[in-house]
Design a protein around this ligand. Sequence first.
Ligand code: DAT
Ligand code: MG
Length: 151
Amino acid sequence: MERTFVLAKPDAVQRGLIGEIIVRLERRGLKLVAAKFLSVSRELAEEHYAVHKGKAFYDGLINYITSAPVVAMVWEGPQAIAAVRQTMGATRPVEAAPGSLRHDFGLSVGRNLTHASDGPETAATEIALWFTKGELIDWQRPVDEWIFEGN
Ligand code: DAT
Ligand code: MG
């Protein structure tokens, strides 16, 4: 089973889309294992987006992510990383598939509503950056046998 880190970014929170993001991931069959509502410090933002340091959009990205509260989450499921990226849609909302969150609610790459880990290493790094081990909840969900076929 795979885990991935997800953020409802400040624009999603401001626009009342926290529930919309969660309902789509729940409906998909993914399981929530951690969640918190927080204001992002500049230090945390810079660490989270360290890979983008030096790019033209970096300062705007840090300002955006620290501008208002976010919801940080960890979701679990088979191929959770790919599944969540698919539900979010491509980085640029106008290139995101119809039906994806970024398509259905976005227009601008700098206001694209969500973040989701892009691979196993980044998922592990991001989960450890945003959550303590004790904040990750192992819990049983009997319906899982009807969603996950042993993969
Ligand atoms: P993603 O969030 O889909 O993983 P990314 O990691 O390439 O995309 O970039 C992180 C964020 O930075 C992205 O969600 C929005 C912003 N961003 C990326 N490319 C950008 C660009 N060319 N102009 C403005 N913002 C950009
Ligand atoms: Mg990324």
